[in-house]
Design a protein around this ligand. Sequence first.
Ligand code: AMP
Length: 249
Amino acid sequence: MKILVPVKRVVDYNVKVRVKPDGSAVDIANVKMSMNPFDEIAVEEAVRLREAGVATEVIAVSCGVTQCQETLRTAMAIGADRAILVESTEELQPLAVAKILKALVDKEQPQLIILGKQAIDDDSNQTGQMLAALAGLPQATFASKVTVADGKVTVSREVDGGSETLSLTLPAVITTDLRLNEPRYVTLPNIMKAKKKPMETLKPADLGVDVTPRLKTLKVAEPPQRSAGVKVPDVKTLVEKLKTEAKVL
Ligand code: AMP
């Protein structure tokens, strides 16, 4: 069984992003880029399933600029067997990515597609759900445990107030939550091995997908500065302030 893992190149989670002076977007010039953390968890889970003999091949796919090759090499250093770059310089919105992934699902016929629950740059949390809808596949989002057996996948998912367990018929779409696993440390020998693994490059047009953006960003702004707090000398003053000044927001 094949597993397809979409991985997105995003601004590294340690970077404090800045808005461009013209307010059109976040400035990503000379900023460290990395694999979306939830996608690392997705690659790790897929590789563990292959190591357990459940899956036979793990294919990483990234949609975006040429530099996404680095993200795909990281996925292969974690253990993905091969990679597909769907290259485009256009801004790729979740619907466009979902359409590209649907075309790849038709082409590669994976039994599982494991995505991150959200990309930490735009926090859309849409691509997996849109892919499942477009491909007519069952979906389990926010997975914290995945077990595959007898043509079915059982997924524990994190929901408000607890955990829910779903059983899906394969093929199926899963999105990962933080507690699913802890991705392995990528070793130098595996980084070297990853350089030799195959990477195919396609254009959205090769898959018959129109990626024209449907949403227009009107303005990007920094969040308002929080005003400074005050120190109170004693509990009596605190209680008084809570009574007279504190507001329910
Ligand atoms: P989002 O809906 O943008 O929050 O992204 C959810 C998940 O979809 C990510 O964690 C990735 O697994 C996948 N994804 C989104 N955009 C891309 C992309 N450009 N290339 C590959 N995978 C992507």
